[in-house]
Ligand binder design. Sequence first.
Ligand SMILES: [Cu+2]
Length: 187
Amino acid sequence: MKRFAILTMTALTLGACSDSSSVEEDYKISASRATSISEDKGVITVTSEFHRGDATTKTEYVLTSYGIRTPLGQNPNTGAYVTIENKSKADDRLISASCECAARTELHTMSMVDGQMSMSAVPEGFEIKAGEKLVLAPGGNHIMLFDLKARPTEGATQEMYLNFARIGPVTIDMPVSMTPTTPADHH
Ligand SMILES: [Cu+2]
């Protein structure tokens, strides 16, 4: 399957991201940004071009092992996961995620509290350094979907919005599965 969509061509005078990290400041003065997304065999490639005067900067992120866990029983919440490799020369930050299926979405981390694993929100999001990977996976950092309005069903696909400080918003289709980080084509 091959899918290609031009997502955004934005004039970057945005106040959309209230989080003011230095990476973001850098790019506020860019003239424009174009982001495209393609998917092949479960691997999503997000390419962004920044135009400033005559200069063009390109970035590429590779997204793998993404999915939403099928919510169990009456559990009103579930988790979503994705591995994001930043194959560019600039740091970025995943500042938020959201899903129309959930009333509230948070970025969560896991930590030991009194000998027990517990999770807590990370309002500042997760840094993704140049050349490095952010891994959101079961048992570790994750996207938390609270108060599901439309319960994602096993085998379905659900849109997820990922908001990055530098490259802006990216929408991807996440499969819903009991094994959410298994690549779709490896079943
Ligand atoms: Cu959580």
